[in-house]
Design a protein around this ligand. Structure first.
Ligand code: SF4
Ligand code: SF4
Ligand code: SF4
Length: 255
């Protein structure tokens, strides 16, 4: 049986060295300059919150919304966990950007042949039995790669071994139906910019795509309304975000 892989990110152990981003960029042959937020050339980035550092990257959801909304199946979920993206299939509709609950996929606005870009959980490395480049580069063990079940157990053990050190939640264990990227933290996740209101229901159940497959829409009225509310808000967020990225790309071209 294929074991589902994951990464456990212990925020109490992260020193903000950025080696994870450096390792990722080297592995994926991306421009080596330090970037503070996700971009087509930064598949992972760090944000700082009162001295605590949080990694951002694709969460490799167990039931990924990007997969469910893509009309040409450019996104696929693998049995080991990575959510992959095939640029050759992509038609540039950017539904994935609107649907992702973690605001991950980025678009190459400055390119004449733009693609969506995001972390692929170093799938080629995992297939070879290697760990992802970011986990290998982490000097403190703050990012640890392994089997998902074992990492969840390890996270629970760390919490029990030092009562009061961590908040009582493994972010990603159940959120949006579970993800391959798991976090434990010494401060409430809300204070670190995590969205803790996403719930445990896989997001595809809240999208229009999934609704068309639900036979009894009336009994799912609450879910449907939540879905419409969520999608409407998400669209507005993405439009605002895309406008800022287009502005950045235009400024860079003019420099
Ligand atoms: S975090 Fe977003 S891009 Fe990554 S698998 Fe989940 S829905 Fe897809
Ligand atoms: S798993 Fe690989 S692609 Fe994803 S952030 Fe880590 S190094 Fe980058
Ligand atoms: S390499 Fe490890 S310690 Fe350094 S910023 Fe990344 S997760 Fe934190």
């Amino acid at each position: 049986m294929i074991q589902k892989k994951a990464m456990l990110i212990d925020i109490s152990m992260c020193v903000g060295c950025n080696a994870c981003q450096d390792g990722c960029k080297a592995e994926n042959k991306l421009a080596p300059s330090e970037e503070k937020r996700l971009s087509p050339t930064a598949y992972t980035a760090l944000s700082e919150h009162n001295g605590k550092f949080v990694r951002h990257m694709c969460q490799h959801c167990d039931v990924p919304t990007c997969v469910s909304v893509c009309p040409v199946a450019a996104f696929t979920k693998t049995a080991e966990g990575p959510v992959l993206y095939d640029a050759n299939k992509c038609i540039g509709c950017r539904y994935c950007m609107q649907a992702c609950p973690f605001k991950v996929p980025r678009y190459e606005w400055a390119s004449t042949k733009p693609r969506v870009q995001k972390c692929i959980f170093c799938a080629p490395r995992i297939t070879k039995g290697l760990q992802p480049a970011c986990a290998e580069a982490c000097p403190t063990g703050a990012t640890k790669f392994g089997d998902r079940d074992e990492l969840i157990l390890e996270a629970s053990n760390r919490m029990q071994a030092e009562p009061g050190k961590y908040v009582a939640k493994i972010y990603g264990q159940k959120d949006v139906g579970g993800t391959s990227i798991l976090f434990i933290s010494p401060v409430p996740f809300e204070e670190l910019g995590f969205d803790t209101r996403l719930g445990d229901t896989p997001m595809p159940l809240l999208t229009l795509s999934a609704m068309s497959k639900i036979p009894n829409v009336v009994s799912m009225g609450g879910v449907m309304l939540a879905g419409i509310w969520w999608i409407t808000n998400r669209r507005a967020e993405v439009q605002h975000y895309e406008a800022s990225l287009k502005h950045d790309a235009t400024s860079k071209t003019q420099e």
